[in-house]
Design a protein around this ligand. Sequence first.
Ligand code: CFM
Length: 484
Amino acid sequence: ETPKYTPATPEMVDEVLSAYPDRAKKMRAKHITVKTEGCASCSVKSNSKTVPGLMTARGCAYAGAKGVVFGPVKDMVHISHGPVGCGYYSWGNRRNLAEGELGVNNFVPFQFTSDFSENDIVYGGDKKLEQICREVKELFPTVKGISVMSECPVGLIGDDIESVSKKMSKELDLPIVPVRCEGFRGISQSLGHHIANDAVRDHLLGKKEREEEVGPYDVSLIGDYNIGGDAWASIKILEEMGLRVRNVWTGDSTIEMLQTAHQVKLNLIHCYRSMNYICKHMEETYGIPHMEFNFFGPTKIKQSIRAIAAHFDDYIKEKGEAVIAKYEPMMQAVIDKYRPRLEGKKVMLYVGGLRPRHVIGAYEDLGMEVVGTGYEFAHKDDYDRTMPMMGDNTVIYDDVTAYELEEFVNRMKPDLIGSGVKEKYVFEKMGYPFRQMHSWDYSGPYHAYDGFPIFARDMDIALSSPTWGLAKAPWKKETVKEVR
Ligand code: CFM
């Protein structure tokens, strides 16, 4: 028996928040809204400090700078500068794929850390950092650059990573980028994105010129991190349209792609949240326009291809239409196969800074409805883009706590939850179909025409698996599915 879906109401939110002390309740209420007809008060507070004592799923500035922006740049070595834990726990789990020869032009699967101990805290870590830079160059002579990603203690003890980077850059004849992304800066990974964007701006962008002239169809793909191969799928469409993708920031990318990105005609930005800063900078400084697009699901892909082509001449416009004509029948076949199985299913999402709105169209292509969504670290401009995409009687939650999300699910009873690494096991233990929407579990790509059939298949597998009904607590006669 399937549980009965119940639409969100303001009373439901109130009931869930009533478990908190008055002050916490008042603070959290501003971050949650139920979208009602007309949507008069339809906004949420965002990008503010988590209420102390409540369980947030957010990360830190180091996560945003090292894990998200710099980590995928494959021919650089990224030093997690500080105690070993930050590097260890951010090692390898984002699934930002990269091609290349390990230890030669691809260092993505490696983990470099200065492994701070008491000694380094007391006496400072600058000497150790110099030594590590020398070792990196000695062990990996083909390395193209180094980033120094500060962890909290480095900022607290006042180490001067800027001057060490400058000195060692000269000595080793190698770009070395200091990134002051101590975790305590800011309130989430979002400031880490901004800090990393600024470091790219100050130390890499425009520092190199490609000899080849800039072509009329040269573009950069910004804010695609190649999770499970996403960027490869996106590049395929853009190239079939006749565009030349010169740089990807930063999925499967190289330091040269960061240095020469001022030499393109247009910036195409997928993850607005993490890369809007540098796009605005490139527009102001180099006159390169940027446009947001969305490659999740055939409806959004088609709209995006047309919007991108509109920046170019008839040649690209015609090729864009040809790409749509080529892939639409294949996408229709995917929809014909899965839509009857997925039609009407309700989804609740909770992801980082882009996907909670960007994947809505892909679910809708399959006949599914997103009835609740929210971001860990989005800003007002993200929520402004999200509200029009949500239907009436849906709930929008910012920095939702573990307790709140569980209680919303308990009350609304959606069919599927798409969320993160931290939430996964809570809902699986409740017997809820779940898809991990950060690293696509062990799947992907989900972007572009190559990704949609995989997305559709994965959602169907999650929903149709008999596993949920089989999970049974030994002390309960009924299955988890029946009691949920
Ligand atoms: Fe952009 Fe991302 Fe996202 Fe993000 Fe992230 Fe991510 Fe994300 Mo996890 S860059 S904002 S900081 S699309 S790692 S690949 S899935 S929270 S919604």
